[in-house]
Design a binder for this molecule. Sequence first.
Ligand SMILES: Cc1cc2nc3c(=O)[nH]c(=O)nc-3n(C[C@H](O)[C@H](O)[C@H](O)COP(=O)(O)OP(=O)(O)OC[C@H]3O[C@@H](n4cnc5c(N)ncnc54)[C@H](O)[C@@H]3O)c2cc1C
Length: 325
Amino acid sequence: MIIAGAGVSGTYFARLLKNKGVKFTLYDINRRRGHHCAWGTPYSLMKEKLDKVGLDIDEYVLCRIKQYYINGVKIELENFVVIDKPKLLKDLGRGINIRYRRIILSKTRKKMVVNATGKPLGKHYKIVTTQRKIKTVKLEEKTVYIHINFRKTGYAWAFPLNDEGNLFHLGAGCYGCSPTLLERELCDRYDIETKEADCTCRRDINIFKSMIPIVVGNVASIGEAAGCVYPITGERILSAMETAEWLAHSLEYGTYPQGYLVRVEEMQESYNKIWKAWKLMNTHPRLGWVLGLVDSMKRSKFRSSPLVTKKAVAGIVWDWMVSLI
Ligand SMILES: Cc1cc2nc3c(=O)[nH]c(=O)nc-3n(C[C@H](O)[C@H](O)[C@H](O)COP(=O)(O)OP(=O)(O)OC[C@H]3O[C@@H](n4cnc5c(N)ncnc54)[C@H](O)[C@@H]3O)c2cc1C
């Protein structure tokens, strides 16, 4: 078996196989596997994943988030951390020989090829993102800053990379508009002064087009290639790892491909409502955002435990109404 892509899904999958004594070869096109330096993720859910492969999540926490601002409205959080991605990928891949070369999926004759490249086999949309590390002054510590432009299909973020509140990831993702514009709006809104940029870590995010193919011939997709990205926020390292677990499980118990397909299709179906909201954003962005925010809030309730007060909801609704003017 070969695994193409040593980002989060490919390396986690490789680790699960290695722990079970299964033989494979892992490839990546890029020595900077997985591309960027840090992720925001719910602590308890990531802990469950890392416990399974004997890693201690606390070794990878760069910052414990206590609150975030959405368009100036403060919401407290209980279960959200920023993870040191390169360190985690390095430790997940420990003892695994990674070969650096591009894999062309259609030309690979191996009995089984795992597509962990982040690129789906079927048609999909690309959200253009920017992301860079910045040093700042005047920001609150352990705080995420979010700016939504309700007239666009996208948003901008500033994620802390330490507990002191002076090092952030500044980024934006947008479909059909300029992420740089959203970044600028975020900096204006929160009065963020960028002192220095010392890394750029960006790539497009692939959003699946309702029910993309998962298993085609000898190729099985996991992670973003299997449509695991949540269309509104563009995040989902956890579901990328989940798809890796499902594939490993179905191979171990001889239920592949059916056993694997059922799980991924369930996940894709659960995204269908939000997928429609995302599509609506492209024609009626303000309306799409209402549906998108409601769904994101509902989901995050069980993931990062935000304390959403009536005052916070009123603040966001007010900002949304201002966008109508
Ligand atoms: C700017 C940005 C910020 C994000 N922030 C968050 C966040 O805060 N929280 C969150 O949950 N999610 C976040 N995401 C989404 C998250 O990064 C993805 O969901 C996740 O990385 C998907 O994992 P993956 O293994 O499928 O792909 P990746 O992690 O992208 O790994 C794919 C790997 O395949 C390699 N590759 C590609 N083509 C080939 C080939 N032909 N042959 C060999 N190797 C190949 C690449 O070099 C890469 O290393 C963010 C995404 C972006 C773009």
